[in-house]
Design a binder for this molecule. Structure first.
Ligand SMILES: [Zn+2]
Length: 330
């Protein structure tokens, strides 16, 4: 078993190669926006880019052995600043951007680059984004700002236009399993990925077995709700009591799978019917309704740490899944 930070996910290799080429030719950008598929390794790449800028023995990649590399690897390099939402907040706030700007304005401790990593950058509120814009407009020399976002469209165009973009695609299932096996050893990775989607970074520190079980159970329940065999209210109350974020992720994956199947069928009538194992189930949601529901499930998952009645919100979403007009015994 090896250290996750040291083991390059192969699907990220094209991005690291282009950054290494930029550094070799002295064209490392001032600002980089990493657009990642959720859980595909945007943070990993941001950390790598920081080490690339800070390494003092750079040849093809950060050497991993010099003192700056070792300190950066532990996020303890004095010229490396990590900006994430504060513990009790979902947002990156303006004060944090002001602190970052002040830090970047100082002379580098090591005489080289100063690096700021913002993740998830799409959690910056409007004020924070405006404060960042000032730094982006007049970046101090030898500064590297790395923004990681899975929804860059949430950032103002003025910020986006000043960043060089780099994409991190979702790995294939086989790539994700191979990488997790390399860094964590053998485990129920396939089943755990079935639960969280192609997002191996979410599993780097997780126990795959319970996740796999929760996922299997959640999919069965969703099939049952869609067929009118399970009650949305009882399901919502049960889900709200434990592991809700994981179950909502399953809900997203389950909807995505339905959408994919509906589109892949080559049928221009975008009406997806409940599976053949669900006799008597009424017409299921059409593609547009599925997309709408998917957005709202995602919205609920990202809003979980604000005060809201989770069970009530979830019940409303599950009800839209249930066959219309079908009475369900609680
Ligand atoms: Zn190094």
């Amino acid at each position: 078993m090896s250290e996750p930070a040291a083991t390059m996910p192969p699907w990220i290799a094209p991005a690291t190669a282009s950054l290494a080429a930029a550094r070799r030719s002295g064209r490392l950008p001032h600002a980089l926006l990493i657009h990642e598929a959720p859980g595909a390794g945007g943070d990993w790449l941001a950390h790598w880019a920081a080490r690339l800028a800070l390494c003092e023995r750079f040849a093809e990649a950060p050497c991993g052995e010099c003192r700056p590399c070792r300190r950066a690897l532990a996020w303890q390099h004095p010229d490396l600043t990590l900006v994430t939402p504060l513990e009790d907040s979902r947002q990156i706030r303006i004060e944090q951007l002001r602190d970052l700007a002040a830090e970047l304005a100082l002379t580098s401790h090591a005489g080289g680059y100063k690096v700021g990593v913002l993740t998830p950058a799409d959690s910056m509120n409007r004020f924070a984004a405006n404060a960042l814009l000032k730094t982006l407009e007049e970046p101090p020399a030898r500064t590297l700002l790395v923004l990681v976002a899975s929804q860059p469209s949430r950032l103002p165009p003025t910020v986006l236009s000043r960043c060089q973009r780099l994409a991190v695609r979702a790995p294939t299932r086989a790539e994700a399993i191979a990488w997790l096996t390399e860094v964590r050893g053998t485990g129920a990775w396939d089943a755990a990925l079935e639960t969280v989607g192609e997002a191996p970074m979410l599993l780097v520190q997780a126990d795959p077995e319970p996740l796999a079980q929760i996922g299997a159970e959640a999919r069965q329940t969703l099939d049952a709700v869609a067929a009118g065999r399970a009650d949305p209210l009882a399901t919502a109350e049960r889900w709200a009591r434990s592991e809700l974020p994981v179950r909502l992720r399953c809900f997203e994956n389950w909807l995505t799978e339905r959408i994919r199947r509906g589109q892949g069928a080559g049928d221009l009538m975008p009406e997806v019917r409940a599976g053949p194992n669900l006799p008597g189930a009424g017409a299921f949601l059409n593609i547009r309704e599925l997309f709408g529901l998917l957005d709202e499930v995602r919205e609920l998952r990202t809003a979980l740490d604000v005060p809201l009645n989770r069970a009530l919100a979830l019940e409303a979403l599950l009800r839209r899944l249930a066959p219309r007009g079908a009475g369900v015994a609680a």
